[in-house]
Design a protein around this ligand. Structure first.
Ligand SMILES: [Zn+2]
Length: 194
């Protein structure tokens, strides 16, 4: 399974580059007030990645408006960080997906692999299976998947939809870019019931 890729530092540089593109695009768009955006990056101390993950790879790219009276912070989407969560997004996804499918991993195995305790792993199951399907994001975007009404549990349904080529990095990129809108503030907001 692809958990070995998540221990490869190169993979995290690859994701860092994607985040850099997100930040570049956001910067070009500018602030809503019309002001210019400046780099307001900050370091995070994420868990679940390789032990030798360089500090530079833990930089959360963020922007600040330079206009007096606004100074708004704008944190663009990410393929690495899921909002304020301490564990890295690919880890939160993969650990939950590995609990499912024809040969699900045990909590103990996943705990050893990713260093997360049982309670944390259980929370991720709840996130993907109970919270995520209720989000505005999912209600709108699920139609982009090949079988939007398939009863397969999340997040495995996403794994099956995106991991289709023979290039794991490409598949991760497509999946994480699809999910990126949920990583910004309010990205996991629930759909308003009609
Ligand atoms: Zn502004």
């Amino acid at each position: 399974m692809h958990d070995s890729l998540l221990r490869d530092v190169d993979f995290w540089w690859f994701l860092f580059d994607i985040d850099r593109d997100f930040a570049k695009n956001a910067r070009e768009d500018g602030c809503l007030c019309g002001g210019h955006l400046h780099a307001g990056n900050y370091f995070r101390n994420p868990r679940g990645g390789p032990d030798d993950l360089p500090k530079e790879c833990c930089l959360r790219l963020s922007l600040c408006c330079g206009r007096e009276g606004c100074r708004k912070r704008l944190t663009p989407p990410s393929v690495r960080f899921l909002g304020p969560k301490v564990y890295l997004l690919p880890v939160i996804f993969l650990a939950a997906a590995m609990r499912q499918g024809p040969s699900p991993r045990t909590m103990r195995e996943l705990s050893t692999l990713f260093g997360a305790d049982r309670r944390t792993l259980a929370r991720w199951q709840v996130l993907w299976q109970e919270h995520f399907p209720q989000t505005r994001f999912w209600k709108v975007e699920r139609v982009r998947l090949p079988h939007p009404n398939e009863a397969t549990l999340l997040p495995r349904a996403l794994e099956m939809a995106f991991f289709t080529s023979h290039n794991l990095r490409d598949d991760w990129e497509r999946l994480l870019c699809f999910l990126a809108p949920i990583t910004i503030a309010g990205g996991l907001a629930l759909a308003v019931p009609r």
